[in-house]
Design a protein around this ligand. Structure first.
Ligand SMILES: [Zn+2]
Length: 124
């Protein structure tokens, strides 16, 4: 067994419990259980959390260029090329980081045994 954290295993797209089994069977398609240790992955649901964090992170990294490129003294064609390159970088970063963010959030949810909020009903 690897003695690593859920976050480090998430960065490697591996199971947070054993650090060996792959979390995904395809791009963003989770395995129902860890192929190595058998940990049940169905208990966790990251919903749109990974997309939120990746969207914000990529936006913070790239937003300054959306202002700097149009204001630069470059000729129009170079500006258009720079904007196109920026669009490719934004798309590539998002596609690359989305499974990583999903793996980290999933491992953290399973590690901390998070679940739906439950309220105890008190009658009388
Ligand atoms: Zn495992």
């Amino acid at each position: 067994m690897n003695q690593t954290t859920p976050i480090l295993n998430g960065l490697r797209l591996r199971c947070g419990a054993c650090g060996q089994g792959r979390l995904f069977s395809a791009y963003l398609k989770l395995n129902e259980s860890c192929p190595h240790c058998g940990r049940d992955m169905r208990a966790a649901d990251t919903a749109d959390g990974p997309a939120f964090f990746v969207g914000f992170g990529v936006l913070i990294l790239t937003a300054p260029f959306l202002f700097l490129i149009p204001m630069s003294p470059l000729p129009g064609l170079l500006k258009a090329g720079a904007i196109l390159l920026l669009a490719l970088v934004i798309t590539g970063l998002s596609i690359w980081l989305l499974p990583v963010a999903k793996a980290i959030l999933l491992n953290l949810q399973l590690h901390h045994k998070s679940g739906e909020a439950e309220f105890e009903r008190k009658d009388g």
